[in-house]
Design a protein around this ligand. Structure first.
Ligand code: SAM
Ligand code: SF4
Length: 357
């Protein structure tokens, strides 16, 4: 057994893990003991953000961030993606923190696009910098963006994001659409904060030709500190949406991620997505693996097992060593997640911004 060094990262719990067996000669497809095959990588490129959403980041000044040399370099990130692609990953999502605050992010997208066999590169962003970056990102090979927007009211937006400017986000959304990026909108429904405007958000998204998606609040990091009464599950959202969507016409789990989509009742063909980690675990069909900004592979957002791909590379490890770490990390993935246990555990009180949402 090889003991990985204890690192400063509070997002990672390093475990004993077996050294690569000698007979591990080819990179296998990433498949776990429950026969889930992994085709989707969420790659966090920074743990920093220019906003501080109440369920995600502590108020500015209270947060700790990785220093630059802790982060995967662009070369390291492209190498990690390339090994993942050899192991069957087809789609990569850049996330964070806020991916657009990583310096030269366009160059990273371009490098990954040029160096790897990945079929689709997408990004989750708060869009505050998208009006300037949409075109360069599109030219660099980005296919689409999921944009987070929890309210259409400028004052509320500033409250939820602790100082964000809704106008910049709206400009970013339009810029993305103008350059032909596929756009989806992500909203975290919060009782008492935005529950009275969920229908308006749906209408807004549909008016742009984009799908709105509602993500249940997860008790991770800052989200664990919010009162339970603020949480809304998919049924609560459907009740607020009233006649807009047909609950019978669910198209089930589809596409590349865990969202379940329901059709608009008015026959327009529009849809609403629901991401329901709390009320309806989608772990059985999970096809995603995560790499944090510091280069830790995590099989699940709520998983305790993390192995540092960065350390393997910086210690001179080969692509096979990386692939073995990936296989080993996924081999222990549980059937379901452990958000509630993680929320209880002080050591695991890390949020989406650190792991990569
Ligand atoms: N900064 C980018 C953004 O906001 O889109 C990307 C990273 S953010 C962590 C990714 C997604 O996670 C966002 O849609 C955000 O709303 C969501 N998120 C963050 N913390 C959450 C929590 N505790 N529960 C549910 N969703 C959360
Ligand atoms: Fe930043 Fe995204 Fe977290 Fe909001 S959800 S604080 S925009 S990383």
């Amino acid at each position: 057994m090889r003991r990985l060094p204890q690192l400063e990262s509070r997002s990672a719990v390093y475990e004993d893990w077996p050294a690569r067996p000698d007979d591990f000669e080819a990179i296998p497809l990433l498949r776990d003991a429950r026969d889930r095959q992994y085709t989707y990588l969420r790659l966090s490129v920074t743990d920093r953000c220019d906003l501080a959403c109440v369920y995600c980041m502590p108020p500015s000044g209270e947060d700790e961030h990785a220093i630059r040399r802790d982060l995967l370099s662009f070369e390291e990130a492209a190498r990690v993606v390339s090994v993942f692609a050899s192991a069957g990953i087809r789609r990569v999502r850049f996330t964070g923190g806020e991916p657009l605050v990583r310096k030269d992010i366009v160059r990273l997208v371009e490098l990954v696009h040029r160096r790897t066999e990945v079929e689709q590169l997408v990004m989750t962003t708060n869009a505050t910098r998208l009006s300037e970056l949409a075109r360069p990102l599109r030219n660099a090979g980005l296919h689409g963006v999921n944009i987070s927007i929890d309210t259409l009211d400028a004052g509320r937006f500033s409250e939820i994001t602790r100082g964000g400017d809704l106008g910049r986000v709206l400009a970013g959304i339009h810029a993305a659409l103008d350059v032909g990026l596929e756009v989806k909108l992500n909203t975290v429904p919060l009782r008492g904060r935005n529950d009275d405007e969920l229908g308006r958000i749906v209408d807004f998204a549909w008016s742009l030709g984009a799908s709105p998606r509602f993500i249940e609040l997860m008790p991770l990091g800052e989200g664990a500190k919010l009162p339970q009464s603020m949480r809304m599950n998919a049924d609560d959202v459907l009740e607020v949406l009233g006649g807009r969507v047909s609950t019978e016409a669910s198209t089930g789990v589809e596409g590349h991620g865990p969202a379940r989509y329901m059709e608009a009742r008015n026959g327009s063909g529009h849809r609403v997505g629901f991401i329901t980690p709390m009320s309806n675990e989608f772990c059985d069909t999970c096809n995603r693996v995560r790499v944090t900004a510091r280069g830790d592979i995590r099989a699940c957002l709520a998983s305790r097992r993390a192995i540092s791909l960065r350390n393997i590379m910086r210690a001179g490890g080969s692509d096979l060593d990386l692939a073995w770490a990936m296989v080993w990390s996924l081999s222990g993935k549980d059937r379901g997640h452990h958000f509630l246990e993680a929320a209880e555990d002080e050591h695991e009180r890390v949020g989406m911004s650190l792991i990569g949402g």
